[in-house]
Design a protein around this ligand. Structure first.
Ligand code: GRF
Length: 209
């Protein structure tokens, strides 16, 4: 399949470092995509400012002014459809995704999680890993379903824990890997090399050789 320029929407609630890594991958030609919009549920999210500084439209959508998640997500869908978005990229988006978005974009919503799923889902994944005493953690890129970090896994990177690592130490080292894996997976999708069958995701690596 011919590689196509994916039209991405980023949904972010916080600092936006994954957004910037994806933007940088696009700018240096490693990712055949464009970021058409960044939507945030937080008015003061640094991600919004960073989008605007990058010349990417940043849209604040306040969930508190909608009666429920369904109505809120329908408004998001309108924003995405008007921009002809191919793929939704969650990058530190602090909400569970509901039916309205999932039905409008089946298998077209991705998330990144700072642990090796299914271990340490939910909040404070790095703290959970340190407290549990695992020797390896990492990050996971997965399709989004209705659960909390439960969707089909596309790729993972392992990050070893060092003796006396704090939560912040581990988070910092995982973040370095997050910034690489997200753009890499998006490029696989842009090249039409990712297939999903139930919970199994297959990546066709033949064209790499
Ligand atoms: C990342 O650690 C990501 O794995 C998690 O939320 C954090 C977002 O960081 N889902 P940033 O806003 O992209 O810097």
């Amino acid at each position: 399949m011919e590689p196509r320029c994916l039209r991405l929407a980023i949904l972010a609630s916080g600092r936006g470092s994954n957004f910037m890594a994806i933007r940088d991958a696009i700018n240096k030609g490693a990712l055949n995509a464009q970021i058409s919009v960044l939507i945030s549920d937080k008015a003061n999210a640094p991600a919004l400012q960073r989008a605007e500084q990058s010349g990417i439209p940043g849209v604040f959508m306040d969930p508190r002014v909608y009666p429920d998640r369904q109505t809120y997500e329908c408004e998001i869908v309108k924003q995405l459809e008007s921009r002809e978005i191919d793929l939704i990229v969650l990058a530190g988006y602090m909400h569970l995704v509901g039916r309205a978005l999932l039905h409008a974009y089946p298998h077209k919503i991705l998330n990144i999680h700072p642990a090796l799923l299914p271990s340490f889902s939910g909040l404070h994944a790095q703290r959970q890993a340190v407290d549990y005493g695992v020797k390896y953690s990492g990050c996971t890129v997965h399709f989004v379903d209705e659960g909390m970090d439960t969707g089909a896994i596309i790729d993972q990177v392992v990050v070893p824990l060092n003796h006396h690592d704090t939560e912040d130490d581990l988070a910092e080292r995982i973040l370095v890997e997050e910034h690489k894996i997200y753009a890499k997976v998006l490029q696989w999708i842009a090249e039409g090399r990712v297939y999903i069958e139930g919970r199994q995701v297959f990546v066709d690596h033949r064209s790499e050789f």
